[in-house]
Structures are given as C-alpha cells and as structure tokens.
Design a protein around this ligand. Sequence first.
Ligand code: GCU
Length: 416
Amino acid sequence: MLTAAFIPLLVAGIAGSAAGQISGFNYDESKVPDYKLPDPLVFNSGKAVTSAKQWTSKRRGEVLELFRKEVYGRQPKDAPRLYSEELERSENALGGIAIRRQIRLYLGRRGEQPYMDLLVYQPNDAEKAVPVFMGPNFRGNHTTDHDPAIHAKEYHKGQSVVMEKRGEKAHRWQAELIVKSGFAVATVYYGDIDPDFDDNWKNGWHKYFPMDDPVKPDAWGSIATWAWGLSRVVDYLEIDDTLDHDKVALIGHSRLGKTALWAGAEDERFKIVISNNSGCGGAALSRRRFGETVERINQVFPHWFCDNFNKYNGNEDELPVDQHMLISLIAPRPVYIASATGDEWADPNGEFKSGKGAESVYALFGLKGLGVESQPKPNTPIGDAIGYHLREGPHDVMKFDWIQYIQFAKRHFEIK
Ligand code: GCU
C-alpha cells in the first residue's frame, strides 16, 4: 500500500506533464461516462422535498448521515472542554497593522497533549470584533508568513518529521491583504490534529479518542478528524471577544479543501465555506471519473475516508450521494468553489458541476447559486450564494483567489 509519503514524489514526477495530470486517468471530457446524479431533493423514501423547512428539518439530516456512513466517517458526539493559553502576542505585527497572537488550545488538560497552536493576525485598529478567515495549513504556522516571531514547528512528511522554511507558503495566506481588508486570519497546522499518514488511526487525536477494535467501517478518517479539530477552533473563537464568531469563513486548499467542505457540513457555525482546488472527495463529482478517482484516492490515502468508502472503488454509480450533495449541506450559507486551469487532476469542470447540482437546494431558500449554465472562462468569478472561479495557473492558492474570497466574504457578511 502506498502511503502519503510517496505522494510528493508522484506529484513531482508529473510536474512536467500537462496541467497537473497524472497519467493513466481520464482527462478527456468526451470520455466522461454517462451518469445520473442522485437528487438532493428526494427523501430516502422517494418522496420529493418541496420546501426549505423540509430540507432543514429532515432531508439535510438524511444527506449528512449518508456522508458520515459512506464517505467521511463519524466524529465523536461530545467535544471536550477546551483550555487556551496565549503563548505570545504583539500589537505591532505585519509592519505595524496587526495584532499577532499565538494561542495554544488544549483538548484535555492544560499543559498536556493533545493541543494545537493557533496563529492569529487581526487589525490593530478595529473598534469591534472582526470577521475571521480561518483555515488549516500544511507545514506549520511559520510557513504561512515570513514573520520571524512565529513559532516554528516540524511537520510530518509521511512518517518522518521535517522543518519547512519560514514563509515558504506565505503566498497562500496573504496575511497583510486580509488584515488590510478588515479581517483576521487564523490558522492551525493540520498535523497538530492528525499527522497525515496511514497508521491505522493510532496517532494524532485518534490516540485520545480510541477507535473500536476492529475499526468500524464508518469510523472517522483523517478528513473527518481534521474537520472536527477545526470545529474546536471555533469553540475557541466563541470565547474570544475580539473575533466575530458569527462571521467565520473557513478556507481549505486541496485535501484541506475537502476538509473545509466536510467541516462546513458538520458544523453550521462556519458561516462561509471556501473550497480551493479540493477535487476528488471534495467539490468534484465522483461519478465523472475525470482525473483522480475514488479508487485511486482510497488506495493512495487509505486513512482519509472511512472504510465504507472503499465499496465505491470503480463503483461510483452505487454511491447514494455525490459531491453536489456535500455542497448542498452548506446551504443556505454561502459557499465558494475555486478551480485552477493547471489542476486537471482535481477535475475543474466537475467542481463547477457540483455547484450546479447544489443550486436546487439553495433555490429552496430563495437564493441564486452560480447563475450560469457552463463553466466560465478563466479568471472570471461568477455566482451569488455559490461563488465559482477557474483561475489560470497551478494547483495552489494565489493572490487572485484571495481577492475573490475577500470580496465574496465582504458581500455576504455585509461589510463595506
Ligand atoms: C494529491 C491527492 C489529492 C489532494 C492533493 C493535496 O494530489 O491526490 O486528492 O487534493 O494531493 O491535498 O495536495
């Protein structure tokens, strides 16, 4: 079995090929098989859902349950009490515009594992609580900005631990732009929640919430665990009066985009959800089998989903859901789906079509979704309650993406 440790090699190996493609998979639109998507607006009983009330009181729960059971697995029912400790603070960060805080969030006992370290930048001239962009990062908080004061931490590269360069992924976070736009930006390293490799769910927070032996087929995988960890960050935001916990936009890239969508489905305290290049198991429709497939993702990342998801390897048409129903679970909250031209592996058109498939649910609430019939040209943001763009360029988060997310959040949070 391949582990995540091999993935950077695989991905590096295809860097020279066209538009983020791994060979042996379909990238030809004309070869997408015929498929029929399950209708989010039909109850499991076969009856039609005709009102927002029916969706909210019953159908939404059915869909959520199908995803828990068949795709991501179940999170623990109860959240432990959280303890926070401010480890570091400056009133004068990011060249004088921001307050920087580094806060340790303990899940069990103060001073002991498990904990995660939250980095927050927020405007230092705000008169009231500020809206927040919150999201997990891949390689440690110190990689999200060049700021020398951010505590550095090693990240898990498969089973080994490696120290990444400070600021290596600063372009993905744009802290200055975000703070200048009146928002806070808050991030945690996802490996603080669950290191990203297959160890039969022994490490990370699984250690403290042990799995049954044998592991149940609907037990939470790593995506559900990361999502649950992000909900614990919101528990903290709720007790911090300088941050507006009613205006939290959750953002995730790639596997963390999958995580953001699932976190937004499980926890309605995320008021906006942003999926950046999330692809298979995220925004992209599984039935299209374009780029990455269910079988391939389950083989290469056996720890991401619950074991039941393996039933659909090469058998996508039997899934009781598809990813448009994951987008539907965010409704009526605004959701933004972003694709990139250089990211065929993530099936940009399948990501767009997922948004289309969720429009009927938004319509129940009188909301307009994407508002166009086919995928827009590159660098042309569209949509209302469901935002979408296809950015020119690679699988990444770029300034262009952030400019759209900030505009989208300002519009929906009604910020001037
Ligand atoms: C791999 C994987 C994708 C994932 C991506 C990432 O390419 O196949 O599903 O989105 O890694 O998270 O970087």
